[in-house]
Design a protein around this ligand. Structure first.
Ligand code: NAP
Length: 296
């Protein structure tokens, strides 16, 4: 979707264009094409990125077309696990997460990666935030919580996974101890949160548009945390982030993670870092694009 008032050049496609895609169902809402094509344009690359709606029952059948025509693709809901069956190789991180969001195609072979966690880490590093020895309260025990907890443990944090379904949090804890070999993790019920965490990360959808008045924890439970990070980016400032900022906490929303996981995917496809001036420029452009799309 091109936001009214934007002045992007159209992407020209010819027989030498390297093609990339995002596969999912539904897919029309994805902002990935906008992000990736902007980066390609800035790098003056003959590359193009498109959304492809692929229904769950059609994933296997789509593989030959993807293999023979594309250099790589992203994978989104609901195919992040299913795609793993059809890959020739899977990177260790993606195996540990149990999900693939990026596939690189080289010499007819498909290799799966997952850049979500690296996107999270890069968004934290960009802000100069240190992870070592920090106590982190992580809300939720789903797919994104697993990824974030994995990276926090690797970064040297102590993580408390808090979920309304305690059993699921306990299971996640066990799996993370196994995959990371790190024991610095515990689990608790969302109703029984104690104060005193350095950082709080919301990896639940609570507070997402249109239910923007909801918060996964009470204002009181924020308890003066140094940083509150909400993976949600719609709205731009959730009720949790507003309450945290009002109490003096530093805040980050879900947009930087989304952006940097895309940058990391491109770096995997291209086999080299994207120049900092390109990422900085596209980051600012996409931030305004998303705000406009959200009607701000
Ligand atoms: P998921 O796998 O479905 O997990 C959702 C988690 O939230 C579960 O632990 C669930 O608890 C909990 N939850 C759901 N509704 C709740 C409620 N009303 N009250 C309390 N807890 C609730 O989802 P996900 O893929 O991890 O995504 C979570 C959020 O992160 C979404 O908003 C998603 O858009 C966002 N996200 C952002 C990025 C980014 O790049 N910024 C990347 C990935 C995800 P139960 O176990 O009890 O059901």
């Amino acid at each position: 979707m091109v936001v009214k008032g934007e002045s992007r050049m159209g992407t020209k496609i010819d027989g030498n264009t390297h093609l990339f895609a995002v596969i999912g169902d539904p897919i029309a809402q994805s902002i990935s094409p906008e992000m990736h094509n902007r980066i390609f344009e800035k790098m003056n690359a003959n590359k193009a990125y498109m959304p492809l709606r692929i229904k769950p029952q059609d994933v296997e059948g789509a593989i030959p077309l993807l293999r023979d025509n594309f250099k790589g693709f992203n994978v989104t809901i609901p195919h992040k696990q299913e795609i793993m069956k059809y890959l020739d190789e899977i990177d260790q991180r993606a195996k540990d997460y149990g999900a693939v969001n990026t596939v690189k195609i080289e010499n007819g072979k498909l290799k799966g990666y997952n850049t979500d966690g690296l996107g999270f880490v890069r968004s934290i590093e960009k802000e100069g935030i240190k992870l070592k020895d920090k106590r982190v309260l992580l809300l939720g025990a789903g797919g994104s919580s697993r990824v974030v907890a994995y990276e926090l443990l690797l970064g040297g944090c102590h993580v408390t996974v808090s979920n309304r379904n305690l059993k699921r949090a306990e299971e996640l804890k066990k799996e993370l101890i196994k995959s990371t070999g790190n024991q610095n993790i515990d689990a608790c019920d969302l109703e029984q949160i104690k104060k005193g965490y350095h950082y709080i990360v919301n990896a639940t959808p609570v507070g997402t548009y249109p239910a923007t008045e909801a918060m996964a924890i009470s204002e009181d439970a924020i308890g003066g945390a140094e940083l509150v990070y909400d993976l949600i980016y719609n709205p731009d400032q959730t009720k949790l982030l507003k309450a945290a900022a009002a109490g003096g906490s530093r805040t980050i929303n879900g947009f930087p993670m989304l952006f940097y996981q895309a940058v990391k995917a491109q770096e995997i496809w291209l086999g080299q870092p994207i120049p900092e001036e390109v990422t900085a420029q596209v980051f600012e452009e996409m931030k305004s694009y998303v705000l406009k799309k959200l009607g701000k």
